[in-house]
Design a protein around this ligand. Structure first.
Ligand code: AMP
Length: 216
C-alpha cells in the first residue's frame, strides 16, 4: 500500500486484513513499537538513528528499513499472502523488495496507491490521535473518542504522534513527494499499480479498494 501520510493506510490495512487475511507488515508500526517497548539502551545504533529521523518526519535510511523487511521475510511467504503498509517508500526499497520476492518465487499482485488532496491530508494528520495500546486512530473533530484522550476499544491512552506535529507534517509531505511519489511510475511500468481515491468514509474506500484489486 502506498499513498501520502494520513491517507488512511492503517485503517484500510485493518479492513483489508479482515477480508484477505494476509500477513500485515507495517514498517511504521515496527518503528513505533521499538520506541515504546525498548529503552534507548536496547536499541541498535541504526534503530536509534532511524527513530530520530522518524520524529522529525523524515524517512529512515533505506538500509535500515530494508534490513527490517529482510529480517521479517517469512511474512512474505505467508499462506494468505502479505500486505505491506508503508514499505517500500523509495525506488531503492522497491528494487530490494523485488529481489527478495524473486528469491522466494513470489510476485506483487497489486500496489494500491491511495490519493487524497493535500489540504485533506493535512487536516487528517493534524487532528489524528492514536491509541498507545491497540493503535486505533481517532480524529479530534471527525471521529472523537467517547471520552477525551481514552481509546473506545481498549481504554488505552490516546496521544498525538510526534510526526503528526505541524512542522513534521510539512517535512513528511515533502519527503513523500521527493522519495515515494516516483514509485508510482516504477509500479505503473510493472503493470501492478492500482490507484484508489481515499476520499470519503473508510468503508467506502475499502469497498473501492477490494473492487479495484479484484478486477486488476
Ligand atoms: P508511517 O506510520 O508508515 O507513516 O511511518 C512513520 C515513520 O516511520 C515515517 O515517517 C518514517 O520516518 C518511518 N518509516 C516507515 N516506513 C518507512 C520506510 N519504508 N522508509 C523509510 N522510513 C520509513
Amino acid at each position: 500500500m502506498m499513498g501520502p501520510p494520513g491517507v488512511g493506510k492503517g485503517t484500510q490495512a485493518d479492513l483489508l486484513g479482515d477480508y484477505f487475511q494476509p500477513c500485515h507488515l507495517s514498517t511504521g508500526d515496527v518503528f513505533r513499537a521499538a520506541t515504546y517497548q525498548s529503552g534507548p539502551e536496547h536499541l541498535s545504533a541504526s534503530m536509534t538513528a532511524a527513530l530520530d529521523y522518524m520524529k522529525r518526519g523524515m524517512l529512515a535510511p533505506d538500509e535500515t528499513v530494508i534490513d527490517m523487511i529482510r529480517e521479517r521475510a517469512r511474512c512474505l511467504a505467508c499462506q494468505h499472502g502479505f500486505l505491506l503498509d508503508g514499505f517500500p517508500r523509495s525506488v531503492a526499497q522497491a528494487k530490494a523488495l523485488d529481489a527478495m520476492l524473486e528469491g522466494l518465487c513470489l510476485r506483487l499482485d497489486a500496489v494500491i496507491n491511495y490519493t487524497l488532496p493535500t489540504a485533506q491530508v493535512v487536516e487528517r494528520l493534524s487532528g489524528r490521535r492514536t491509541c498507545r495500546g491497540c493503535k486505533a486512530t481517532f480524529h479530534v473533530q471527525g471521529k472523537p473518542p467517547k471520552v477525551e484522550n481514552v481509546c473506545d476499544h481498549c481504554e488505552g491512552e490516546l496521544y498525538q504522534r510526534e510526526d503528526d506535529y505541524p512542522e513534521a507534517i510539512h517535512t513528511r509531505l515533502e519527503e513523500y513527494k521527493r522519495s515515494t511519489a516516483p514509485l508510482e511510475a516504477f509500479y505503473a511500468g510493472n503493470g501492478v499499480l492500482v490507484t484508489v481515491s481515499a476520499e470519503g468514509a473508510p468503508e467506502d474506500i475499502f469497498q473501492r479498494t477490494v473492487d479495484a484489486v479484484l478486477s486488476s
